[in-house]
Design a protein around this ligand. Structure first.
Ligand code: NDP
Ligand code: HSE
Length: 334
C-alpha cells in the first residue's frame, strides 16, 4: 500500500487533533483510502515542550525548512494560526511541489487569491475545509454537490468561542470574562481571542464562504463587523424577556436582479453582507444552537434551504475536517 507522508506545521489544538485521528483511525483510513498516512515531521515553536499526545519527539523541529524542503513529504498541514509566517510557509510548500491543507481562516481570507493561484500555478491541491465551521463539511458541500446552484443567501453561527460565551451567559448566568476563560481552556479560542470576540474571525470565515458560494472576494475588513465584547448580562436578560436569544450572525445575501417577477425588493443584484449580534426568537433554528456548536443556512436556487450543524471548534472536530482534506489529496497521489 502506498505511504503518504505529511508534515504538520503546528501541533497545538488543531495539529494535535489531526495527529491523533491519523494514529487512532490509521487502519480504517488505510482500508477506505488505500493509503498509509503518516506524520513525518512536525514544526513547533518550542520543540522541547511537554505535549499531551503520544508523539515521537524526534519528528518535532523548530526549523520550518526541515519540513518544507523535506522531499519525502507530500502534504503540508498548516495549523499555526495568524497570517504570517503561515502564508509564506504555505506558498513555499506549494513552490516545493507539496499539497497544502490548512485550518487557518485568517491566512486564507487575507490571501485567498494568492494562495489559490499559487496552488494552480504549481499544480498542487489547496484545501481548507477546517477553516469554516470546524468539523462541519460546509465548504466541500458548496464546492461539490451544491455546485449546480446559484446561491442566494448564507446565514449562520460560525464562531464556537462566542457562541459558547453567549450560551453560558444566557443559560448559566456566567460573567463574560469567566465564559471566555473557559472557552480558551477548552481550546476553542484563537491565540488572541480579540479575533473571536470582536467578530474578526467570523468576518474571515464569511470572506471564505462568499468566495466559494458567490465567486466574489470581499476583504474581511470590508465586511461591516460588530462582535460581542459589549454585550452585557442585562442585554441578555432584555432579550430573554422578549422571548429571544442573542447570537453572533454572519450573513450574506444576493439581492434580486430585478427580473419580471420582482416584487419590490431593491433589485440591484448586489451582494450584501454583515457580521453582527442579532436578537433571534427562541423558536428560530439558530437560537437552539448552543455552546461551541455552529450552524449555517445555505439557500440555493435549485436545492432551496439547507442547514448544516455540528461542532465548530475543538481539537478532534476540527482535526476531522483536516484529516478529510488530507485523505482526499492522498487518494490522488500515485
Ligand atoms: P494553537 O495555538 O493551539 O497551536 C499553534 C501551534 O503552532 C503550536 O504547536 C505552536 O507551537 C505552533 N506555532 C505557532 N506559531 C509558530 C511559529 N511561528 N513557528 C513554529 N511553530 C509555531 O492554535 P490552534 O491549534 O487552536 O489553531 C491553529 C489554527 O487552526 C489557527 O489558524 C486557528 O484559527 C485554526 N482553527 C482552530 C480551531 C480550534 O478549535 N482551536 C478550529 C478551526 C480552526 P508550540 O506548541 O511550541 O507553542
Ligand atoms: N476560534 C474559532 C472559534 C476556532 O471559536 O470558532 C474555530 O474556527
Amino acid at each position: 500500500m502506498k505511504t503518504v507522508k505529511i508534515g504538520l506545521l503546528g501541533i497545538g489544538n488543531v495539529g494535535s487533533g489531526a495527529f491523533q485521528i491519523i494514529s487512532l483511525n490509521a487502519a480504517s483510513i488505510a482500508k477506505s483510502s488505500g493509503r498509509n498516512i503518516i506524520a513525518a515531521g512536525v514544526l513547533a515553536r518550542d520543540k522541547n515542550k511537554k505535549r499531551d499526545i503520544d508523539i515521537n519527539p524526534d519528528i518535532i523541529t523548530d526549523d520550518p525548512d526541515e519540513i518544507l524542503k523535506n522531499p519525502e513529504i507530500d502534504i503540508i498541514v498548516e495549523a499555526l494560526g495568524g497570517i504570517e509566517p503561515a502564508t509564506t510557509f504555505m506558498l513555499s510548500a506549494m513552490k516545493n511541489g507539496k499539497h497544502v491543507v490548512t485550518a487557518n481562516k485568517a491566512a486564507v481570507a487575507a490571501n485567498y487569491d494568492k494562495l489559490t493561484s499559487a496552488a494552480a500555478e504549481n499544480g498542487v491541491q489547496f484545501k481548507f475545509e477546517a477553516s469554516v465551521g470546524g468539523g462541519i463539511p460546509i465548504l466541500n458541500a458548496i464546492d461539490t454537490v451544491l455546485r449546480g446552484n446559484e446561491f442566494t443567501e448564507i446565514m449562520g453561527i460560525v464562531n464556537g468561542t462566542t457562541n459558547y460565551i453567549l450560551t453560558k451567559m444566557t443559560e448559566e448566568k456566567l460573567p463574560y470574562d469567566v465564559a471566555l476563560k473557559n472557552a480558551q481552556e477548552l481550546g476553542f479560542a484563537e491565540a488572541d481571542p480579540t479575533a473571536d470576540v470582536e467578530g474578526i474571525d467570523v468576518a474571515n470565515k464569511l470572506t471564505i464562504l462568499i468566495a466559494l458560494a458567490f465567486g466574489q472576494y470581499i476583504k474581511p475588513e470590508d465586511i461591516p463587523t460588530t462582535g460581542i465584547s459589549k454585550i452585557t448580562a442585562s442585554d441578555i436578560e432584555e432579550a430573554a424577556a422578549k422571548g429571544c436569544k442573542i447570537k453572533l450572525i454572519a450573513h450574506a445575501k444576493m439581492n434580486c436582479t430585478g427580473g419580471a417577477d420582482c416584487e419590490g425588493c431593491t433589485g440591484n443584484g448586489k451582494l450584501e453582507y454583515s457580521v453582527k449580534p442579532m436578537l433571534l426568537p427562541n423558536d428560530h433554528p439558530l437560537a437552539g444552537v448552543s455552546n461551541e456548536f455552529n450552524a449555517v443556512f445555505v439557500t440555493g436556487n435549485a436545492v432551496g434551504e439547507l442547514m448544516f450543524y455540528g461542532r465548530g471548534a475543538g481539537a478532534l472536530p476540527t482535526g476531522s475536517a483536516v484529516v478529510g482534506d488530507i485523505i482526499e489529496i492522498a487518494k490522488t497521489i500515485k
